[in-house]
Design a protein around this ligand. Sequence first.
Ligand code: TYD
Length: 341
Amino acid sequence: MRPQPADDQERLNLIFETLERINELSATHTVLVEGVKDIAALKNSGVEAQFFCVQSGGGPVRAAEALWKSGRSAIILTDWDRRGNTLAEDLKMNLVTLGVKFDRDIRADLSFLCKPYAKDVESLDSVILHLQKRILESQRGCNMKGKVVVVEGIDGSGKSTLCSRLAERLEGKGYRVKMTAEPTHDRIGAIIRSGSIPGISQSTEALLFIADRNDHTEAMERWAEDGAIVICDRYFASTIAYQSSGLDGTDVDRGWLLSMSERFVDKPDLTILLDIDPGISMARVSSRGEEISKFEKLEFLRRVREEYLRLAEEFGFEVIDASEDPESVVEEAMRRIGEVL
Ligand code: TYD
């Protein structure tokens, strides 16, 4: 049995050393992971390598064949739960059959170091964040919870640009930032985004948005607990504003939406509403050459804007005029965030 690291700092150093070994091998080795979320977590943790998703790439046989054809070696990096162990064994068998060289030590090391906190590769960046937070807390002798900042606004109001700029600015000041959005790219969010349910009713779609939010709220809480500033592009106000505004003449009762949402929402530390005339925002959307979604009809967006302004009054959102130039919008948003930090 290996000795456990003496403290969080030693554990973190060992994790980084192990990840560095992947970077050192990256010229000749391809990292075999289970899914795309694993790749995101590894990239977030500083790994620069060639990846192969075993699940979407056709399983262990295809993975081994692809490596054999490319002449590269493998780093097996499946999760360290039971399913991941079985998959690692399958991969090993297929790689051996084709005579492809592989490394399994990196997986064993990461499993040993991360196991007390997580059993999967996709949680690697959260484990690092968690350890960094605990180290900082013990150095400063205090509990450092992060914040949740939500950005709302009609389509074309500049939310995405603002979120990215805020992340850059806050990271520049030394904060750890987690950017996120609704609908999410997770299971339920992906169903909504795919538009794969033709003729879906407004109320069913509202319930999907709320279901997606239920999982997302838990994730945001965890990130904030770990000390990150979470910047979320859209949250519950989107559901009230969009689904109660009569798209295609069918709206969902506002009171029902509010009472449904209440149960699945945590009050963010700050909500910024980017307010803009839909005429201007739609001109922006078309000038980007983007496809106009069903949510982006002018008259509909006028009602969404009205509803957003009503919600801003009720829930104390910070309203910023989004027709200003983007840099002054960023400045104004940073000023208001500064007040809650
Ligand atoms: P959007 O922020 O435009 O996502 P992206 O820029 O990543 O494509 O959101 C997609 C659409 O979903 C948008 O037109 C608003 C709509 N929407 C709702 O109608 N209700 C909701 O609860 C949410 C979160 C989004």
